[in-house]
Design a protein. Structure first.
Length: 559
């Protein structure tokens, strides 16, 4: 690596792209700012609108099914906008823009990895997941494999992903709001928790969906306006903008080609693979395919989400390189050492102020907080579903429970997750949570994705193979993250990391697939024979939505 400090920032900025709400700006500059009354007023308007949405959604949320999936009646456009809202976060906006400002072309690596997952979702995952599941993606896996064992292991992995994700979200929320609004850290964490608990407890997935849609539309409006104003300063010529950026940047024309930040192709490959496959295994994204009525709507949801996110990331190119051109020579946005005030990831807000004045800057700052609410709400729904549906209703309960009772358990799980997230956010206030934020994406790529994709497409998968791979992936991912530079060197203070990469997906994912395949091929048990039979039994339903006859059950399990 040619620029160690840039790469450390880049790894954290990658988290912004993957984990909306994690902004390195909050780490780079944690000082409190004066309260911005315009931004605060705009945020209060957003909160008021979303609370009205929650009030409406609460009347529609009367059972566990309506809580988990909004009744399964969302349109493809609505669901696609909500899915995009999880990725088109203000933190992605801040982080990727800031990294392009620092390293030019290499900043696009962070966007391409996550965006590359969506064509795979459209063509390989969305349709089959929607046809085979009910409420969560674990329903899909357990339809084919031994249900209780599978649900137990995969649900634990899901809860681990959600909790680790939420820790990073809550710390980011506290520090970002502290930076942008001058609000104390603890107040910000409690405020986010209270609002999210209100959205999710009363409105469930329906309220969460509309919060995400509103936020996504506002963010698209904001980045569109910023791009228009930036391009207007160079005669709406992208080549002219890039030329002006290259002349203003210390790296000159090197910012227009790869290699300014990343010169190790393995580093680029492992980051991009972890982002791509991790996206395909995120429980709160997969859960959204059950909010639409049929398989076509599920595929179209992913398609519409891809369009919106593609548009968003294209505009980030304009804003990122535009930041270099627009801010050049404007001393009010730099400190005495020549660094961007607030850190490089505040570049986007400075650009907004430079081209649109205080009102546009305040609007984008308010969105930075509002997006955290939407993302945390989605995570909370998926975590509560894993606890109440996959663990309680399907594993721990000794008899079927009615939807009303399951709904009450779900709301209790929401409260539990909300309190845990807020408490852990307060505990980790002064800690570097970058390594925690790495874990959810690597775990999703190494645990949930391999088991899900093989259950959908490989007839040879067995319960033993899936469980062995999931447990192995969980342990290997955590071990390599701990041995990597972010934890071993930076956090623990050791001289040299025992594993050279922060994102070990390039190494963990193939090994997990190998373990699953080897164990499944050597499985000669009765359960393994039935697992292979179930693939063919479910094939028509996975492709066309045609329900099969009842699946065979192993003699040892007929009790």
């Amino acid at each position: 690596m040619r620029h160690p400090t840039v790469i450390i920032s880049a790894c954290a900025v990658t988290l912004c792209a993957l984990f909306p709400g994690v902004s390195t700006a909050t780490v780079e500059a944690g000082q409190r700012q004066a309260m911005n009354p315009v931004a605060s007023a705009m945020f209060l308007v957003f909160v008021a609108v979303t609370l009205l949405i929650t009030r409406y959604a609460a009347r529609m949320t009367t059972s566990s099914g309506s809580f988990y999936t909004a009744g399964g009646q969302l349109s493809a456009v609505q669901n696609g906008a909500a899915i995009a809202g999880d990725f088109m976060s203000a933190a992605s906006f801040l982080g990727i823009t800031g990294f392009i400002f620092v390293a030019g072309f290499d900043g696009l690596v962070l966007a391409i990895g996550a965006f590359g997952a969506w064509p795979v979702l459209v063509y390989l995952v969305a349709q089959r997941v929607r046809n085979l599941g009910s409420y969560t993606f674990i329903d899909v896996i357990s339809r084919r494999l031994a249900p209780k064992q599978t649900r137990l292991v995969v649900a634990i992995a899901t809860i681990a992903i959600v909790i680790l994700y939420l820790i990073a979200q809550m710390v980011a929320a506290g520090k970002l709001v502290q930076l942008l609004f001058g609000m104390p850290y603890k107040v910000a964490v409690v405020l986010v928790s209270v609002l999210v608990l209100t959205y999710v407890t009363f409105g469930g997935m329906l309220a969460t969906t509309w919060v995400q849609i509103v936020k996504a539309l506002l963010l698209l409006i904001g980045v569109t306006l910023m791009s228009f104003l930036i391009l207007s300063e160079v005669g709406f010529s992208l080549p002219a903008l890039l030329e002006q950026a290259a002349s203003a940047h210390p790296g000159s024309e090197a910012i227009l080609t790869p290699g300014l930040a990343f010169d190790d192709p393995v580093q680029v490959a492992t980051i991009m693979l972890s982002m791509l496959l991790g996206t395909l295994g995120l429980p709160h994204i997969l859960m959204r395919f059950f909010t639409v009525p049929d398989m076509r709507a599920a595929r179209m949801s992913a398609f519409y989400a891809s369009l919106l996110m593609g548009y968003f990331y294209l505009l980030l190119i304009v804003i990122g390189f535009g930041g270099i051109a627009v801010l050049s020579g404007r001393d009010q946005f730099f400190d005495s050492a020549g660094a961007v005030i607030g850190g490089s990831n505040m570049t986007a807000l400075h650009i907004a102020r430079a081209v649109g004045g205080d009102v546009l800057a305040a609007f984008m700052a308010a969105l930075s907080f509002a997006t955290i609410l939407a993302v945390v709400a989605g995570l909370t729904v998926s975590g509560a579903a894993a606890i109440s549906h996959d663990l309680y209703a399907e594993v721990l309960a000794h008899r079927p429970i009615d939807p009303g009772r399951e709904l009450r358990v779900t709301r209790g799980a929401v409260a539990l997750i909300g309190v845990a997230a807020a408490s852990l956010g307060l505990v980790f206030e002064h800690e570097n949570v970058a390594f925690i934020a790495v874990m959810p994406m690597v775990l999703a790529a190494s645990v949930t994705f391999p088991v899900l994709i093989l259950s959908l497409y490989w007839r040879g998968l067995t319960t033993r193979g899936a469980l062995a791979g999931a447990i192995f992936g969980l342990l290997l991912s955590i071990s390599l993250i701990v041995l990597g530079p972010r934890v071993w060197s930076v956090l623990l203070g050791n001289n040299a990391a025992l594993f050279p990469y922060d994102y070990p997906g390039l190494f963990t994912v193939p090994l997990v697939f190998l373990v699953i395949v080897v164990v499944s091929l050597t499985d000669r048990s009765e359960r393994g024979h039935l697992d292979r039979q179930n693939y063919h039994k479910l094939l028509l339903q996975s492709e066309f939505g045609i329900a099969p006859a009842s699946l065979p059950v192993a003699k040892s399990l007929r009790r």
